[in-house]
Design a protein around this ligand. Structure first.
Ligand code: NAP
Length: 287
């Protein structure tokens, strides 16, 4: 990579910025297409967020990703926000276009692409169960509702948060059969009848299981948003019971590809990005 005065700069802001695979994915994509672009991680504290957005625009950045804890807060510093990001109440991608800073949320699209392309799963008319009710659960619940899922169950440790999310979705998608539950309620029947089960809690990063694995069976498609380890305990147990599985790295890959396409208007080199991600994840798992 040759950095010079023509290099177009992108990056990621968050705080603290833990290990992020986005620079690897995006720089691999720029190199693969021989684009004179670069992507850098930038830790930005909460109190500096507004100044940082102004500064990035002034410095001529082409776009950035936004991660925890700024995804919601950043909206007030933007000139426009896509409809989907508005409903999700969170932005993970900003495009600096002329004098404007336009916000998008590519998490939902990343999730949907993983389901459709790698899972061969179309949400229309199906039943899904989401474990967790935080930001990621919100993004995927909206995407499933937009794609005509028939039954959606949100299961969360704090029932109030599950209800809040379910009410938000219900207010926009009237026909959807949506329920909010806590883990203490009787889940087996709902799990049994779900076509898709998604873990959108952090349970799995350090091992551990969010649900009783004996409830899983071969009719399920199970996705874990946790992507390290690549095959979490939940995915391993699901696979052992004949379920189809989708690792969280796929959502990461496709949301990154969508951001790339928003900034560059070029088609993302998915296979090169996937290869870089796979290599890095398998190196980390050997450590
Ligand atoms: P978040 O907004 O902080 O929400 C976390 C959710 O998990 C909440 O519903 C919380 O429940 C629940 N939770 C936390 N600890 C739990 C525990 N020990 N047992 C049961 N439930 C627990 O986080 P987020 O942004 O939604 O992210 C959720 C997960 O998805 C994270 O692991 C994140 O890394 C991952 N993620 C992956 C991708 C990807 O591309 N693969 C993208 C986005 C996020 P309460 O409401 O009770 O607190």
């Amino acid at each position: 990579m040759n950095i010079d005065s023509n290099t177009k700069v992108t990056g990621i802001i968050g705080y603290p910025l833990k290990k992020t695979l986005s620079p690897l994915m995006q720089n691999t994509a720029f190199n693969a297409l021989d684009l004179n672009w670069s992507y850098i991680p930038m830790p930005v504290k909460k109190e500096n967020l507004g100044e940082a957005i102004k500064g990035l625009k002034a410095l001529g950045f082409k776009g950035i990703n936004v991660t925890m804890p700024h995804k919601e807060e950043v909206i007030k510093y933007l000139s426009e926000v896509s409809d989907y990001a508005k409903i999700a109440g969170a932005v993970n991608t900003i495009h600096f276009e002329g004098s404007k800073a336009i916000g998008y949320n590519t998490d939902g699209r990343g999730f949907l692409h993983a389901l459709e392309r790698d899972g061969g799963f179309s949400p229309e008319g199906k039943s899904a169960l989401i474990l967790g009710a935080g930001g990621a659960a919100c993004s995927i619940a909206i995407m499933l509702a937009m794609n005509k899922i028939k039954v959606l169950t949100i299961v969360n440790r704090t029932i109030e948060n599950a209800k809040k999310l379910a009410n938000n979705i219900k207010s926009r998608f009237n026909d959807l059969d949506i329920k909010a539950l806590s883990f203490s309620e009787d889940l087996p029947k709902l799990i049994d009848s779900a076509d898709l089960i998604v873990n959108s809690t952090p349970v799995g990063w350090e091992g551990g299981l969010i649900i009783e694995p004996d409830l899983l069976h071969k009719k399920h498609l199970v996705m874990d948003l946790v992507y390290m380890p690549e095959e979490t305990e939940l995915l391993r147990e699901a696979k052992a019971r004949g379920a189809r599985i989708l690792p969280g790295k796929l959502m990461l890959l496709y949301q990154g590809a969508s951001s790339f396409e928003i900034w560059t208007k070029a088609e993302a080199p998915i296979e090169q990005m996937r290869e870089a991600l796979d290599k890095s994840l398998s190196e980390s798992s050997r450590r």
